[in-house]
Design a protein around this ligand. Structure first.
Ligand code: KIV
Ligand code: ZN
Length: 518
């Protein structure tokens, strides 16, 4: 059996299902291009039938991103499969990924289908996909809680129908490594025709075991691992792709497997995903966290100075963390700026570069030394701009210990300037209320936090916040500035823009649906 493990990245599908995350098409293409540079084998670009926006982004990725397989997700329904194919068909290599739940609990409460009906739907879905392509992945959702004999029956039937990859998801993150390894081993030995398909796993991280379970599966016969960069995804997320790659790489001596990944692209990919999704990476996160290669204790520092391998099992350069954080400043030109962006994994169009360079110049008037983190913050702001959205034109605050905080806000949208003033419990509250008056949307600020992007008194403040209107849909906003109130206003406007964008897309979807029905 080959020792090559295929990496299936679902950052843009399961990862994008993280609460509050909503990426634009341009951002998704940018991430997909970086994933191709990282050398993952398959990108699950989205769920084409779920919205016109998802369809467009899968289709754009299929057309633009080369040298990689592009997969589109589809329920085991003909209309989903047809739509998925329409979206991925222009890819150099296209895959249809169809799924249906197989556990009793899902059959009874979610699908309200019998086992026979599910088996029939699974086979019919694969046969439908077979009309379009020979690269078909079938997932038995909630496999870890599925009756084993029934699961084997479904897998044998879909392989017979033409599935070339069978994915065994631990949808709810319930498995533990020893048990899961045995489960996969049994599948590899007991399913009729299993030698004709690649066995894949898709582990969720509810118990913090997603990566351990994925490795246990590989040891026991799985040859495709699904996951997302930085471990993002539904609830506690998916297996972190960068951890799986580095575990296989670093412990090749013990495990004996290899992937096609270019490990030096890991850090860049992680930063890009964190920046564009607004989901920060925890400092002590394995492989890519800020502290992953930081040594605090005196004994450790002493050891490191004498010989790096005393306390490091991976070299930071191996994951693309460079020791030099080249600083740009007021006098740096466009060429140096572009070069720095490309080193960081941002490949911008001329227009995007012009806008980013203008923001960089503005920042360099306020801040002497501009680091990679500052530039990243600027780019994030640039790239998260949505069409027909509000931008902050100006902000005036009156606040202090003896006055009622008041904010006057000017927002621009499509050449029109809107202005409003409001009082609040504090200056941030006043800003939010003034913005709400302009947009006509009453949002609740769920939380607000600030980090300094770099050190120093002139550091950029990076505000992250969450808003909601109904307590269910949550939108993340991020804003940066050397002035923290301006950063707060930008973050709030950013979150409101995302909310408006999602509502607009949903409205477009409804119209499209009506047109189809008429
Ligand atoms: O978690 C899950 O089961 C999934 C499937 C669609 C593969 O995301
Ligand atoms: Zn999942």
């Amino acid at each position: 059996m080959s020792q090559r493990v295929y990496i299936f990245d679902t950052t843009l599908r399961d990862g994008e299902q993280s609460p509050g995350v909503s990426l634009t098409i341009g951002e998704k293409v940018q991430i997909a291009q970086q994933l191709a540079r990282l050398g993952v084998d398959i990108i699950e670009a989205g769920f084409p039938i779920s919205s016109p926006g998802d369809f467009e982004s899968v289709s754009a990725i299929a057309r633009k991103v080369k040298g990689i397989t592009v997969a589109g997700l589809a329920r085991a329904e003909f209309k989903d499969i047809d739509r998925a194919w329409e979206a991925v068909r222009h890819a150099e290599q296209a895959r249809i990924h169809t799924f249906i739940a197989t556990s009793n609990i899902h059959l009874k409460y979610k699908l309200r289908m019998t086992r026979e009906q599910v088996l029939e739907a699974a086979v019919a879905a694969v046969k439908r996909a077979r009309l379009y392509t020979s690269d078909i992945e079938f997932s038995a959702e909630d496999a870890s809680r599925t009756d084993f004999d029934y699961l084997c029956q479904v897998l044998a039937a879909v392989i017979e129908a033409g599935a070339t990859t069978v994915n065994i998801p631990d949808t709810v993150g319930y498995a533990i490594p020893g048990e899961w390894g045995g489960f996969i081993n049994d599948i590899c030995h007991r399913v009729t025709g299993i030698e004709k398909a690649i066995v894949s796993v898709h582990c969720h991280n509810d118990l913090g075991l997603a990566v351990a379970n994925s490795l246990a599966a590989v040891i026991n016969g799985a040859r495709q691992v699904e996951g997302a960069i930085n471990g993002i995804g539904e609830r506690a997320g998916n297996a972190a792709v960068e951890e799986v790659i580095m575990a296989l790489h670093t412990r090749k001596d013990n495990l004996g497997f290899f992937t096609g990944a270019r490990t030096e692209e890991i850090y860049r990919t992680s930063r890009l995903v964190s920046t564009l999704t607004g989901m920060r990476v925890q400092a002590n996160k394995a492989v890519v966290g800020d502290n992953a290669f930081a040594h605090e204790a005196g004994i450790h520092q002493d050891g490191m100075l004498k010989e790096r391998t005393t306390y490091e099992i991976m070299n930071p350069a191996m994951v693309g963390i460079s020791s030099s954080n080249l600083v740009l400043g007021k006098h740096s030109g466009r060429h140096a700026f572009r070069q720095r962006l490309e080193d960081m994994g941002y490949f911008l169009s001329e227009e995007e570069l012009n806008n980013a360079f203008a923001s960089f110049k503005k920042l360099s008037d306020k801040k002497t030394n501009i680091t990679g983190e500052d530039i990243e913050a600027v780019i994030e702001e640039q790239m998260s701009a949505l069409p027909h959205s509000y931008t902050l034109e100006y902000l005036h605050i009156s606040s202090g210990t003896a006055v009622v905080p008041t904010a006057t806000v000017g927002l621009r949208r499509d050449e029109q300037l809107f202005e409003e003033a409001a009082c609040g419990n504090g200056p941030v509250d006043a800003i939010c209320k003034a913005v709400d008056k302009i947009t006509g949307i009453n949002c609740t600020l769920i939380n607000w936090g600030i980090n300094a992007v770099t050190s120093g008194k002139d550091a950029i403040g990076d505000v992250n916040l969450k808003i909601t209107t109904d307590g269910v849909k949550v939108f993340l906003g991020r804003g940066i500035s050397t002035d923290i109130l301006e950063a707060s206003a930008k973050a709030y406007v950013n979150a409101v823009n995302k909310m408006i964008h999602v509502d607009r897309t949903a409205a477009a979807k409804q119209t499209e649906q009506k047109e189809v029905e008429n």
